[in-house]
Design a protein around this ligand. Structure first.
Ligand code: GLP
Length: 266
């Protein structure tokens, strides 16, 4: 790592002839000390992000039909699920499909289109495809058992993530360490504000079960989607290649992973 840092910060001597011809190159992601496993594709539109994400999932299943995949909820991946529903040539039969997180208490009468993330996954994708589906609500008493299923065979093949405005991934809220286990968590105030039209409405969830950072980071490939100007700042913070990961921004731990694809429309 220090060699890489030196490569960025220490400029080699330049001959007068060369210096008149060449401008110093800005450090690229691969030269920067952190986030060396990051492949950031900046695409023109959210639809292009959705298409690219669906293609990556299709390629994964073409290469490994029995792949284990972990899926997110939220507004960001809706386009990806729409694209996947249209892809009739994916064979899902041998796949193992997991949730990333789930509210502990269903959001009854809430403003959400879905009261549980299981319902979200079921309606957006899982009822249209084959494969073995694993529902997190059956593991509230033992999140470690869900984690064991996800990480069987040396970790999931592909974890797909969004990002919260506070840098959370799944429901690993600020303060989460990279070895965080799968567990029940209290939702951060900003998460409740982002996820509920009126977070003070009685009966809305205050807790969730989440796949822990340790399980997420054990994936062979991590695919993160971030779209819209509201995510620009947190993505820049999380993936700043010149600052070390920091538990104040849990997504920044992805900089330690060797194979992260980030798709954005900015
Ligand atoms: C939720 C989920 C995350 C998701 C995030 C962003 O709280 N737990 O998995 O990535 O919020 O959601 P959105 O895509 O709607 O901004």
């Amino acid at each position: 790592m220090y060699d890489e840092m030196c490569a960025v910060s220490v400029k080699p001597p330049v001959s007068p002839v060369a210096s008149s011809l060449e401008r110093p190159k800005k450090p690229t992601m691969s030269q920067a000390p952190f986030a060396r496993g990051l492949h950031w594709l900046k695409l023109p539109t959210a639809e292009a992000v959705a298409q690219q994400a669906a293609n990556i999932i299709a390629d994964q299943l073409a290469q490994k039909p029995n792949a284990s995949l972990v899926f997110p909820t939220g507004n960001t991946p809706l386009g990806m699920y729409a694209q996947l529903r249209q892809k009739n040539d994916i064979n899902w039969e041998k796949s193992r499909l997991f949730q990333l997180d789930e509210y502990v208490q269903p959001a009854f009468d809430g403003p959400l289109p879905y009261q549980t993330f299981a319902e979200f996954m079921q309606n957006e994708l899982w009822r249209f495809v084959g494969g073995q589906k694993f529902y997190m609500a059956q593991y509230f008493e033992c999140p470690a058992a869900y984690e064991a299923l996800v990480t069987k065979d040396h970790g999931p093949d592909l974890v797909i993530l969004g990002i919260g405005k506070n840098g959370h991934i799944a429901f690993n809220e600020p303060g989460s360490q990279p070895d965080a286990p799968s567990r029940i968590v209290d939702l951060a105030p900003l998460t409740r504000i982002s996820n509920f039209a009126d977070p003070n409405q009685p009966g809305l969830p205050t807790q969730a079960i989440t796949l822990g950072l340790k399980a997420i980071l054990s994936a062979r490939h991590i695919l993160m989607l971030a779209t819209g100007s509201g995510k620009q700042d947190i993505v820049a913070t999380a993936f700043n290649p010149h600052t070390p990961p920091d538990s104040n921004c849990p997504a920044s731990w992805l900089k330690q992973h060797p194979n992260v694809t980030l798709l954005t429309d900015f």
